[in-house]
Design a protein around this ligand. Structure first.
Ligand code: SF4
Length: 212
């Protein structure tokens, strides 16, 4: 249970999933504060385990950011939802499993909300998550070995897709590392997938389209 029974949230958006298997799906994105692989401060990046992060997960100052109880967070997700399908939330971060617990999972399910997570795979996953997307980072201690979607940011020094071949995921994705070399990285993904067709290409469409 998080301190004071509240969850620290950087930002919340009703948007679309921009990448991976559920690309284009309506979703509420809930971004938790904090990550166990980087402090989020630029001065710490050089010594962080994960050094390519382009996400701001520090503080609670984003859209609808703040401290929420499980009930207040579930109600906000319902209030934001805008169609007749079951509400679909993506818990992300930072690393959502630093805070996401059975209380929040049960409360969301009580409100008929489908729960997806995007995790770096270094923290055990509690029961009840409906969609698990794991994106491993080089030099981290990955303990998650099964789920729905394995998404490797590629190329990533210290990580080869074959390192994860023994794991049990329904969908395997390579996603070009975003930045100054996105085009080059996309070509590297395409080349690997051409040789290894079990893998699929994940494009970060939200970045192309400017969707939050
Ligand atoms: S694990 Fe994810 S959230 Fe954490 S620093 Fe790396 S890319 Fe960012």
């Amino acid at each position: 249970m998080p301190p004071n029974n509240t969850y620290k949230i950087k930002e919340i958006h009703l948007t679309w999933q921009g990448e991976g298997f559920h690309t284009g799906r309506r979703a509420v994105f809930v971004r938790f504060t904090g990550c166990n692989l980087w402090s989020g401060r630029e001065e710490d990046r050089i010594k962080a385990i994960c050094q390519f992060c382009d996400t701001d997960f520090v503080g609670m100052d984003g859209n609808l950011g703040g401290s929420y109880t499980a009930t207040s967070l579930a109600r906000l997700i319902l209030n934001l939802w805008d169609n007749e399908e079951r509400p679909y939330v993506v818990f992300t971060g930072g690393e959502p499993l630093l805070q996401l617990d059975s209380k929040l999972i049960e409360t969301c399910h009580h409100h008929n909300i489908i729960i997806a997570i995007e995790t770096n795979g270094t923290i055990a996953i509690p029961d009840g998550i409906d969609w698990i997307c794991m994106s491993p980072k080089a030099n981290s201690n990955v303990i998650v070995d099964s789920g729905n979607e394995l998404k490797i940011v590629y190329p990533q020094k210290g990580i080869e897709p074959m390192m994860f071949a023994h794991m049990s995921f329904e969908h395997l994705y390579l996603q070009p590392m975003f930045g100054a070399r996105t085009a080059e990285n996309t070509e590297a993904c395409k080349a690997y997938i051409s040789e290894n067709p079990k893998w699929k290409l994940s494009i970060q469409t939200h970045k192309i389209l400017g969707i939050p």
